[in-house]
Design a protein around this ligand. Sequence first.
Ligand code: NAD
Length: 271
Amino acid sequence: MVDDMKIGIVGAAGRMGQMCVRQVAEWQGCSVSGATEVSSHKALGHDAGELAGIGNIGVPLTADPEGLVEGADAVIDFTSPAVTASHAHLCMRAGTALIAGTTGLSDEHEAGLLEASAKAVIVRAPNMSVGVTLLLALTERVAGMLDDEFDIEIVEMHHRHKVDAPSGTALGLGEAAAAGRAVRLSDVKKTKRDGHTGPRTPGEIGFATLRGGDVVGDHTVVFSGAGERIELSHKAASRAIFAAGAVRAALWSRGKSPGLYSMKAVLGFED
Ligand code: NAD
């Protein structure tokens, strides 16, 4: 019989952190081994399960990232870019898997994750849901089948608290579309239009960002041709889908060789 997988949650009082505590406690084959928060957080010392609304699970919140990483087989991190990069470093030293859901990572943070992946399994995805992972695969495929006569625009909407734009998922969809067209997103990306913009540049991939209310996450990739339009959409109704994907990735990481993986690999959507 295989032991339950020990999963640590970083940022356990946050919106995604609480959702992850709930999911890990509910899934078979794993348990919450630790939970951390920033050292100034008022919830330190409180039970992670109670905070997440599922009752006491005997895991108090600490501000001890080393202890969290060393006591876990995998750590799930939905926090902020610098925090995630520092946990990647700790996971590299301990050989613990890191499931990194944080978005808005700079090139420097990305390089940190890549470096850590030489010694630890790192699963990184701006969107951990099954549906968006499929949308990414479909976007790449459709972009590869249509030529430049079809303009690609990506529209996203999120809740009013979101701090980065366009969303990591929208940028991921842009990367997928660019890959399908065999171009680099950085060469064709258009994230702002204001004032006298002139006509659309052929081949560009445009982004539009909407913010408001409590929208969990809507994404649409529009392929606009002459006289016809194709739209691929995903709408998230609950944050539970992201946490469920993260737990799935954590369970999948067991026994895998060190490396930087995407959710496509976790879900078997890539060769
Ligand atoms: P949030 O602000 O509710 O939660 C973040 C938590 O991290 C906070 O409780 C904060 O106190 C804590 N934190 C900050 N510094 C810390 C530290 N040093 N140690 C431990 N904890 C620390 O934010 P959120 O809505 O849960 O989103 C977090 C991140 O996850 C964002 O980047 C968001 O875009 C991303 N996200 C990704 C997905 C996905 O599927 N990949 C889905 C939803 C959100």
